[in-house]
Design a protein around this ligand. Structure first.
Ligand SMILES: Cc1ncc(COP(=O)(O)O)c(C=O)c1O
Length: 345
């Protein structure tokens, strides 16, 4: 069977997770009657020290609902150049919410508070767009799974809040950041007005993200979720997988991180320009192929022919993501395939 490292979203629900799904007590969530959804929303909100949570089918929706509670049409959200919100949500902030975005670039996606603050312009009217919120992605997906330094988050949040600018956390992989850094969920949570977290990435649930904030913002987001057609009924059968994921799949992320590091070291041993293993601190290995004479599409095709699936995310950028359906034996096999494909002429 192929080894699939295209993303940490490709995992299969385990038998135990399926059992939790089968046994979940459910109700109509549009009426607020689903006990499994309600307890999951409360649980995740408490974990991050926020007042309330809203269960969403995707991380993109959780991000978009959150930012529309912070930024009005014609106002501005600042994000890093390669962040998911601006690169991979297909213009949703502009399309659905009339929000303009402006970006600052950061090496490996790593946050520098000064860079973000330098382009912020609150109360800029009547000629310029006013900045209302700044979003931080942690871990940073297209930055190579990098973990944002809590000191920079704190600096940015303190200055932004003093200037009346709100903070949003795209925490699709905040679980990986927590495991890699040791920073608690509440220490991350306290700096942000809104948060989105995903249960369907490294934690292995089939579906599910939670938007977190104050009761007022979550109530507003609940209305917009329904307006977008994502008010769901007996969705506790999915939320149950989220509870199972939180119970069982956070601590084990350390194994995903170790395997990603092992892959990075093995690749760097034969092609040092591709990846710096010191920068691979979570479950994502980004390969910068410029100068190697092979495109990302070509490497991806070669690997696929040998039974290893990876992603080409740019002409010269390929990505591998480790996850809970990827073990040590597969890791060794993946390394052998990558080494063969990288040296092949
Ligand atoms: C950093 C980040 N944020 C948000 C999302 C969106 O999640 P979804 O695919 O559930 O919409 C992703 C998905 O890969 C992501 O990597």
């Amino acid at each position: 069977m192929a080894i699939d490292l295209r993303s940490d979203t490709v995992t299969q629900p385990s038998a135990a997770m399926r059992e939790a799904i089968a046994n979940a007590p459910v109700g109509d969530d549009v009426y607020g009657d689903d006990p499994t959804v309600n307890s999951l929303e409360e649980r995740v909100a408490a974990l991050f020290g926020h007042e309330a949570g809203l269960f969403c089918p995707t991380g993109s929706l959780a991000n978009q609902l959150a930012i529309r509670t912070l930024v009005k049409p014609g106002e501005e959200l600042l994000v890093e150049t390669r962040s998911h919100i601006v690169r991979a949500e297909l213009g949703a902030a502009a399309t659905f919410s009339g929000i303009t975005t402006r970006t600052w670039p950061a090496e490996d996606g790593l946050l520098s508070a000064a860079d973000a603050l330098a382009i912020a312009h609150e109360n800029a009217g009547p000629y310029l767009v006013s900045t209302k919120a700044i979003a931080v992605e942690n871990t940073h997906n297209f930055g190579g799974g990098t973990v944002q330094p809590i000191s920079e988050i704190e600096k940015l949040a303190t200055s932004a809040h003093a200037r009346g600018i709100a903070m949003h956390l795209d925490g699709a992989r905040i679980w990986n950041a927590h495991i890699a850094s040791g920073v608690s969920f509440t220490d991350y949570g306290k700096h942000f007005d809104t948060i989105s977290v995903c249960l369907s990435k490294g934690l292995g649930a089939p579906i599910g993200s939670i938007m977190l904030s104050t009761k007022n913002r979550v109530n507003e987001a609940r209305i917009w979720r329904k307006r977008y057609g994502a008010g769901m009924r007996q969705v506790g059968i999915i939320a149950a997988a989220g509870h199972y994921a939180l119970d069982n799949n956070i601590a084990r992320l350390v194994d995903d991180h170790a395997r990603a590091k092992k892959i990075a070291k093995a690749i760097a041993a034969i092609a040092p320009s591709l990846v710096d293993p010191a920068k691979v601190v979570t479950n994502i290995v980004g390969l910068e192929l410029s100068g190697l004479g092979i495109s990302a599409a070509e490497l991806t095709a070669r690997c696929k022919a040998e039974g290893l699936w990876i992603s080409a995310l740019g002409p010269h950028y390929a990505r591998l993501v480790t996850h809970l359906d990827f073990d040590d034996a597969q890791c060794d096999e993946a390394i052998e395939i990558l080494q063969r494909c990288l040296v092949a002429k």
